[in-house]
Design a protein around this ligand. Sequence first.
Ligand code: AMP
Length: 193
Amino acid sequence: MRLLLMGPPGAGKGTQATTIAARFGVPAISTGDIFRANVAQRTELGVLADAYMSAGDYVPDEVTNAMVADRLAEADCADGFLLDGYPRTPQQVAELDAMLERCGVELDSVVLLEADSEELVRRLLLRAQEQGRADDTEPVIRRRLEVYAAETEPLAAAYLDRGVLVSVDGLGSIEEVAERIMAVLAPEPVVVE
Ligand code: AMP
């Protein structure tokens, strides 16, 4: 299974990515998590990424694309993966296409998790209290939602045209949303009497 998980900040991508990847036995790769690990370890990549992340902006495409290419080249991705939070720009879509083409593989599905913006802000402010994430302050949350709407939301149309996009309502408990995703990815076989 080669999957992408898309959706606005606060839609629950990270939580769902872990569950869905485990069910399919593929690694969940979150570009946000890789950046945060680099920020915490103060690597060169982390220092660079931090400036963008704390403003709610995207890390430049060349940096992000190179990081994903390295990660997808690791052995555990050979039979599948779930990318959470990548691609987010048209250049990233093109670069991912090129990476997959070089390996002679294709995406199976792109899951778009949807939720309304009031709910997203509410969830992100709650996460700010619980986890203390540096980019979960209200002005940065608003900026991240704006950047998503301008740069990433339009990408769904391209995947819809390719016939690989499935939209899932992200409202509800973690279990309910996970079941909805599983139902669209691995529907029960239709039994013909
Ligand atoms: P996330 O954990 O997915 O919400 O990502 C947190 C932050 O990491 C984002 O607001 C961006 O600054 C950065 N980031 C994560 N993924 C990407 C990406 N695909 N392209 C550019 N920046 C990214």
